[in-house]
Design a protein around this ligand. Structure first.
Ligand SMILES: Nc1ncnc2c1ncn2[C@@H]1O[C@H](COP(=O)(O)OP(=O)(O)OP(=O)(O)O)[C@@H](O)[C@H]1O
Ligand SMILES: O=P(O)(O)OC[C@H]1O[C@H](OP(=O)(O)OP(=O)(O)O)[C@H](O)[C@@H]1O
Ligand SMILES: [Mg+2]
Length: 325
């Protein structure tokens, strides 16, 4: 038997539920043959695929090592834990969930410190005054080092923090922090504020591919099928299907609709009787419907799409370009 294609899916935490829903919506039903506590699974109807249920941070490191072909994890974890990430992994697509910002936050009481430049001044002053460097509590050590370096800040020391990082300034183990925030509630509850230019990374969950994995021709073909499902779903979500028929519906009118509303004509048209099927971005639906009625349409129907299978698969094209042939 050939070695399986391994797809890593978060097994717990912030990303688990939405990652599973993401695959289900793409028509890839994940199954755990031996029950909920099993950490290996399959995709129904797809042979030779193994699902590896892992924590989001473990997925980032397995992608770096090539132990899994593809996985879902946060961009923050990819950028923090993989040196030279853009060479070793490909962020195939962002998935629209798991959003969080990695930020530099300081006590609200530091009213004169609003920017990284202000922070640079106080870190230098602090060192002269206290004869030690300011401490930054974080688990994002690499992201912090790179970001502080680009702002020319050198007078600081990192204190590694495994959890409850926001509490560090209050308990006196650090002066400031770098951590992830979504709503800002935890920062506010701990009397901290984000610096104006202190957003290091806007992260969200991504579908990521590993360069180092065993990309046999079978593995590439499995990757193509998985990405084909995902691309079909992604394209369906970007559009609604609009149908109408009226005699005044002609090529010139549809060309104007394409220009004004960003519609696509998946099947060409209109037919000789003026029948047409359009794909329209959701935000433009009312405008398009009004436009078509103004030009003679009696009825315009709008329906949502589950999948749109195109000949092109932009996601797989990206993967192929990354892996080379
Ligand atoms: N409010 C949030 N707090 C923390 N992480 C978040 C938040 N929103 C989204 N995420 C994302 O979730 C991912 C981390 O998830 P989680 O903490 O469950 O995984 P983990 O760090 O691998 O697990 P653990 O911390 O238990 O080892 C990161 O990519 C992070 O960006
Ligand atoms: O901006 P907010 O919406 O308040 O969210 C941010 C907080 O959520 C996360 O902690 P989590 O609850 O996951 O605990 P952890 O420290 O164990 O990861 C993160 O580490 C922050 O502390
Ligand atoms: Mg966590």
């Amino acid at each position: 038997m050939t070695t399986p294609f391994v797809l890593a899916v978060p097994s717990k935490g912030r990303l688990q539920e939405q990652a599973e829903a993401f695959f289900t919506h793409a028509g890839l039903a994940l199954a755990k043959p031996r029950g909920a506590r099993e950490y290996r699974g399959t995709i129904m109807g797809l042979d030779n695929v193994e699902i590896a249920y892992l924590s989001a941070s473990e997925i980032a490191s397995q992608l770096a090592r090539g132990a899994v072909h593809m996985g879902v994890t946060g961009e923050d974890l990819v950028r923090e834990s993989i040196v030279d990430a853009d060479r070793r992994v490909l962020l195939i697509d962002s998935l629209g969930f798991g959003s969080a910002n990695v930020v530099v936050a300081v006590p609200q009481a530091w009213i004169d410190v609003r920017t990284m430049a202000d922070l640079d001044d106080v870190t230098s002053g602090f060192r002269e005054q206290h004869n030690r460097r300011m401490r930054v509590a974080t688990k994002y050590i690499n992201l912090t080092r790179t970001f502080f370096a680009t702002h020319g800040i050198v007078d600081y020391r990192i204190v590694e923090s495994a959890g409850a990082t926001e509490g560090a300034p209050a308990v006196g183990t650090a002066e400031m922090i770098v951590d992830i925030t979504t709503t800002g509630v935890t920062l506010a509850a701990n009397g901290l504020k984000v610096l104006d230019d202190g957003v290091i990374l806007r992260s969200q969950a991504n579908l990521v591919a590993s360069r180092e994995a065993d990309w046999s021709s079978e593995a590439r073909e499995t990757g193509r099928v998985i990405l084909d499902h995902i691309a079909a779903r992604a394209r369906a979500r970007k559009f609604r299907e609009v149908r109408t028929r009226f005699t005044g519906c002609n090529a010139a009118l549809l060309a104007e609709a394409q220009k004004r509303f960003g519609v696509e004509l998946p099947f060409g048209g209109p037919t000789s009787s003026g029948m047409v099927t359009l794909h329209c971005p959701p935000a433009q639906l009312y405008g398009l419907g009004s436009f078509l009625r103004d030009h003679g349409a009696e009825t315009v129907s709008v329906a949502s799409l589950d999948y749109v299978l195109g000949r092109e698969n932009p996601l797989f094209a990206r993967l192929q370009a990354f892996l080379g042939s």
